[in-house]
Design a protein around this ligand. Structure first.
Ligand code: ADP
Length: 489
C-alpha cells in the first residue's frame, strides 16, 4: 500500500541545522521513498528557511491561512526539500527572528518556545487530520520535543470530522524534553481532559516530549542500545517509566548517513579524493589538515573531534586526557562550539601544546568533511549518545572511531579486539565508562594500533565497507508506518 506521511521537525538539512536531527529529518523522505512512502516535511519558517524557499513576505504558494494560530497570524507555504514536498509554517511573530532556531544570538532560549513549538504541533495535527484541502496523510511522524505536541493535538483536539491518524514519536535525544510551567496549559487550546498523567501533565507542569510519547501510536529512538538504556533513570531522565510502560512499542532504528554528501570518493571539500583501495591518497588531506589547524607536520596520528562541546559529549574528560594524548605522540584537531567554559579550556590546552593541539571554535560544515578525510581517528567519548553521526562519517572516511560503549556508538562500531581482528571485523575502538582511565587507555590503544600499519589499514577498510546508508533504516521506518496504518483501519 502506498502511504502518505507527514514528518514534522524543527530543523532539516540543507535548510537549517544545529545537530544530527537535521541530518535525519532531511534524509528521511528519500530514505523511505523506495518503500512506498511519500513523505512531506513540515518545518518552521525561520529566516533561513523562508529565504531558501524564495518566499518573501506573503510570497510563495499559500496552501492555507490562519487568522489566529495560538494568537498569531500564520500561513502554510508549499515548497520542496531535496525534490520532496515541503510545507513551511510562515508565522513571522514566532519564527522571523535572528539567532539559532531555539535561542537569541546570545544563546539564551526564547522565552516563548512553548508557544512557537505548540504552534508547530497544532499545524501538524491540522494537516495530518486533513484540514488543508488537497493534502491527505495516512500517518504523522514527529521528531523530538519541538514537534511532540503534534501527536497530543491529534489525540486530544483533532480537527472536526477527521479520521484517527496514527502517529510515531521519535526521540533523537532524551536530554531535551521541553518542560514548561503549568500556567501555559490554558493557552495551548487543549481540552481539560488533556491535563492528566496520560496527557500533557508532567510533574505539575506541561511536558512536550512526555505528551508526545503518551499520545503517539508508537515511540522510536535512534539506536537499539539507546532504546534499552532509556528504560533506566540515568538515561531516561525522568521519562523511563513511560518508556517501560510502552514496552515493545519502543524501537531503536539506527540513523543512516547521506552517502551522496559523505563519500570520500567524490567529496568536493577534500584536497584529495580516495577510496578503500587508495587509502595512501589520504596523506594529502592530512597535510592540509595540519596547515588549517597549525599542527606540526608529522607521521604520528591526528585525532579529530567534531562535536558540540558539552558534558554529554564527554568533552571535560577529553580535556583531562589531552596531556596524555600529546605525551604518547598524538595530535588533536578539534572543531566545535558549546559550553563557554569548555571552549575556554580547549583554547588554553592549545596554547599549552602549540603545534600539537589545534582548535576551531565555531560551526563549519566543509571543515568537518576535511577533518574526516584527513584525520586518523575520531574521538567520541559521549556519556550518552542516542545514535551519533560523526562516528558513522568516520567509518565511511577511514577515520577510525574511538568511542564510548553507549547508545548508537555501541551499535555501530566493532571494537578491534583480538577476536574481531582475527575475524577481520574490527572497525574501531570502544571503551567502557567515560573517565580519565578508560579514555586514556583507548587513546593509547589507538596509537599502538596506528603503529601497526597493516592492522590499522584493515580497520580503516572494514569501516569503509560497512553499510550505513539509509536503505536498511528507511525500510524499517516504512515497515513501522505500514503496520501502524494497517492496525488503525
Ligand atoms: P548531536 O546531534 O548530538 O549534536 P550527532 O553526532 O548526532 O550529534 O550529529 C552532529 C552533527 O553535527 C554531525 O553531522 C556533525 O558533523 C555536525 N557538527 C557538530 N558540530 C559541528 C561543527 N562545529 N561544525 C560542523 N559540523 C558539526
Amino acid at each position: 500500500m502506498k502511504l502518505s506521511v507527514l514528518s514534522v521537525a524543527s530543523e532539516a538539512v540543507p535548510l537549517v541545522k544545529t545537530g544530527g536531527l537535521a541530518d535525519v529529518a532531511g534524509a528521511l523522505p528519500a530514505a523511505v521513498a523506495p518503500y512506498g512512502v511519500a513523505m512531506t516535511t513540515l518545518l518552521p519558517g525561520y529566516p533561513a528557511v523562508m529565504q531558501a524557499i524564495g518566499a518573501k513576505r506573503n510570497g510563495g504558494r499559500t496552501l492555507h491561512s490562519y487568522n489566529s494560530l495560538l494568537g498569531e497570524p500564520a500561513r502554510l507555504v508549499a515548497a520542496k526539500l531535496g525534490g520532496h514536498p515541503l510545507i513551511v509554517l510562515d508565522a513571522p511573530n514566532f519564527f522571523a527572528r535572528p539567532g539559532s532556531p531555539y535561542g537569541d544570538p546570545a544563546g539564551k532560549d526564547w522565552a516563548d518556545n512553548w508557544r512557537r513549538y505548540a504552534a508547530l504541533g497544532r499545524v501538524a495535527a491540522d494537516l495530518a487530520g486533513g484540514a488543508v484541502k488537497g493534502r491527505k496523510f495516512d500517518l504523522l511522524h514527529a521528531h523530538d520535543w519541538q514537534a511532540a505536541m503534534a501527536p497530543a493535538y491529534l489525540r486530544f483536539a483533532p480537527v472536526a470530522k477527521s479520521r484517527a491518524v496514527p502517529s510515531v514519536m521519535t526521540i533523537h535525544n532524551m536530554a531535551f524534553q521541553g518542560h514548561f510551567g503549568r500556567e501555559i496549559f490554558g493557552q495551548l487550546g487543549l481540552p481539560k481532559a488533556a491535563w492528566s498523567i496520560e496527557g500533557v501533565e508532567y510533574h505539575k507542569g506541561v511536558g512536550f516530549l512526555k505528551a508526545g510519547m503518551e499520545a503517539a501510536s508508537a515511540v522510536t529512538t535512534v539506536s537499539p542500545t539507546y532504546a534499552g538504556e532509556i528504560r533506566d533513570p540515568e538515561f531516561g531522565m525522568g521519562l523511563e517509566g513511560i518508556i517501560t510502560s510502552r514496552g515493545d512499542q519502543v524501537r531503536g532504528i539506527v540513523n543512516g548517513i547521506d552517502t551522496a554528501e559523505w563519500n570520500p570518493e567524490s567529496d568536493e571539500a577534500l584536497a584529495a579524493n580516495y577510496s578503500a583501495r587508495t587509502l595512501a591518497k589520504r596523506v594529502a588531506n592530512k597535510r592540509a589538515l595540519e596547515m588549517v589547524f597549525g599542527l606540526e607536520k608529522g607521521d604520528g596520528p591526528i585525532f579529530i573531534v567534531v562535536s558540540r562541546l558539552t558534558w554529554q559529549k564527554g568533552m571535560d574528560v577529553l580535556l583531562e586526557v589531552i596531556d596524555h594524548l600529546v605525551g604518547i605522540g598524538g595530535r588533536l584537531a578539534l572543531l566545535g562550539s558549546g559550553d563557554p567554559a569548555i571552549e575556554e579550556d580547549f583554547r588554553a590546552a592549545a596554547l599549552r601544546h602549540p603545534g600539537r593541539i589545534g582548535i576551531r571554535i565555531g560551526y563549519d560544515e566543509a571543515l568537518a568533511h576535511r577533518m574526516q578525510g584527513g584525520g586518523d581517528a575520531i574521538l567520541v567519548p559521549s556519556r550518552f549518545e542516542p545514535c551519533g553521526l560523526t562516528q558513522l562519517y568516520g567509518l565511511a572516511y577511514g577515520c577510525v572511531p574511538v568511542v564510548a560503549r553507549t547508545g548508537g556508538l555501541a551499535d555501530t562500531v566493532i571494537d578491534a579486539n583480538l577476536a574481531a581482528t582475527a575475524a577481520g571485523a574490527g572497525t574501531g575502538i570502544q571503551f567502557a565508562g567515560v573517565n580519565y582511565r578508560a579514555l586514556a587507555m583507548a587513546v593509547s590503544r589507538a596509537v599502538a594500533l596506528y603503529h601497526q600499519p597493516d592492522v590499522w589499514k584493515a580497520i580503516q577498510r572494514n569501516g569503509m565497507k560497512a553499510d550505513f546508508s539509509w536503505s536498511r533504516s528507511g525500510k524499517a521506518y516504512a515497515d513501522l508506518y505500514q503496520q501502524l496504518v494497517a492496525a488503525s483501519r
